[in-house]
Design a protein around this ligand. Structure first.
Ligand code: PMP
Length: 431
């Protein structure tokens, strides 16, 4: 018998994350004259800890290791400006017009060429362009999750994805990772626990490459095993891969989608390899799922912005975009090196951290007894900010952890930030 059966109201039980969020939002809601009008599903909607941090962390005297903003200083802005201006004067009527929810055809073809770099053979018909991959996360969850359905996700996981799962009242069950990414044995265990409770798993959400926030990559030899486990238990895989081309040695890994096209929905994005503010991402899905996604997207936005899609498409056809990605990789590698060497140099004993081969993030574990969320105001007083670990879990784990981003500050600022953080941590351990 399912848990739902033993629940007298027959309503899905809220997750610990939803309960905590509801309590937190309670006080604010009491001041809101519209509070009795909102749909029930909005109860868990609160600003993420990371968003709340942005205001403080963006003060110039604070070194922010908190946000995951790409560093766009290396983009060729002048030639992009010329390209955009030409696009509007030559093709403005198309660029400023509505388009299809599916996305601009030429861009979908180019997206297939990009995905081929990670072994994916996709058809442009099965690609839908989205407003960043965040929209794809929302659309896929909207399509598959009823309240109380279970989504499996690495623990920790991407905060924006947790937000989408929360918004549709899905229940997140975390699966442990190690330095080689998601652990197949932990996945088997989670599936058997969830199914023995009679709950329904809708998909496994995974970030195989240069994980946000974990900083680790799923070992190649684990990929087929994880796909096999999901196939065996009839669980769809949602592969989120915004960082895949940002391996510091230019290395790429076979996408899960390339290994099991019929059971994987793949999300990609131009946010980290080109320009996050254009908000252009995509989803590649099995054909029937893609058709449903287009219907869901039509009702959400009618179509993704035509101008932005055409800017991306022109950029890809007129610029050395592979060379640009190489420049990004080199810049991020230098920053990763600055962070890792500063951590080695300054951190007190008892700390540990991951050593990313690509992407933007280090996942840091403080010694027993440290609560990184409680420590954050003291860190900000010492002019350094980070993202505390609990925001990356649906179940209040992560209190000793924090995510340190090296993507945006210069190497010098990173070294200074880590030094300040080490001082804060040392003081904290003496408290
Ligand atoms: N997934 C992951 C793992 C991310 O790190 C991000 C951005 N931080 C996104 C999805 C969303 O990216 P976007 O909407 O900008 O494409």
């Amino acid at each position: 018998m399912s848990d739902h059966g033993s629940n007298p109201t027959d309503q899905p039980q809220p997750s610990p994350q939803q309960e905590a969020a509801v309590q937190q939002a309670g006080a604010a809601r009491n001041l809101d004259a519209h509070r009795d009008r909102y749909a029930q599903r909005t109860a868990g909607m609160t600003a993420s800890e990371i968003r709340a941090l942005f205001a403080v962390a963006s003060r110039p005297e604070v070194v922010s290791l908190a946000g995951g903003m790409p560093n766009l200083a290396a983009l060729p802005l002048d030639s992009l400006a010329t390209e955009v201006s030409r696009l509007i004067s030559v093709d403005g009527q198309a660029a400023l017009q509505y388009g299809s929810a599916h996305g601009v055809p030429e861009l979908r073809e180019q997206i297939c060429e990009i995905m081929a770099m990670e072994g994916i053979t996709g058809h442009p018909d099965d690609v839908m362009v989205t407003v960043g991959s965040q929209m794809a996360l929302d659309m896929v969850t909207r399509l598959f999750c009823d309240p109380g359905d279970v989504v499996l996700a690495e623990g920790p996981s991407y905060v924006g994805a947790l937000g989408s799962f929360n918004a549709y009242q899905a229940k997140v069950v975390h699966v442990a990772m190690d330095d080689d990414g998601l652990q197949p044995e932990a996945l088997r265990h989670a599936i058997s626990e969830v199914t023995s409770r009679g709950e329904r798993i809708k998909f496994l959400y995974t970030i195989p490459n240069f994980h946000n926030p974990g900083g680790v990559t799923l070992a190649v030899q684990r990929r087929a095993e994880i796909l096999e486990i999901c196939r065996h238990h009839d669980i769809l895989v949602l592969e989120d891969n915004p960082y895949g081309l940002l391996g510091f040695d230019g290395q790429t890994y076979p996408a899960l989608r390339s290994l099991d096209p019929d059971n994987v929905v793949y999300l990609g994005s131009f946010s980290k390899t080109f320009a996050s503010g254009l908000r252009v991402g995509w989803v590649l899905a099995p054909h029937a799922v893609r058709e449903k996604l287009v219907l869901a997207a039509e009702s959400a936005t009618l179509c993704p912005p035509t101008l932005n899609q055409m800017i991306v498409s022109r950029y890809l056809s007129t610029h050395d975009w592979k060379g640009q990605i190489k420049t990004f990789r080199e810049q991020y590698r230098e920053r990763r090196d600055a962070m890792l060497s500063a951590l080695e140099q300054h951190m007190p004993e008892g700390c540990s951290w991951t050593k990313p081969d690509g992407g933007f993030y280090v996942w840091f574990t403080a010694p027993e007894g440290v609560d990184t969320k409680a420590m954050l105001p003291r860190a900000v007083t010492q002019r350094v900010a980070y993202a505390s670990g609990t925001g990356f879990y649906a179940d209040a784990l992560g209190s000793r952890q924090m995510r340190l981003s090296y993507c945006y500050p210069t190497p010098e600022r990173i070294r200074e930030g880590v030094r300040r953080l080490a001082n804060t941590l040392t003081d904290e351990m003496e408290l």
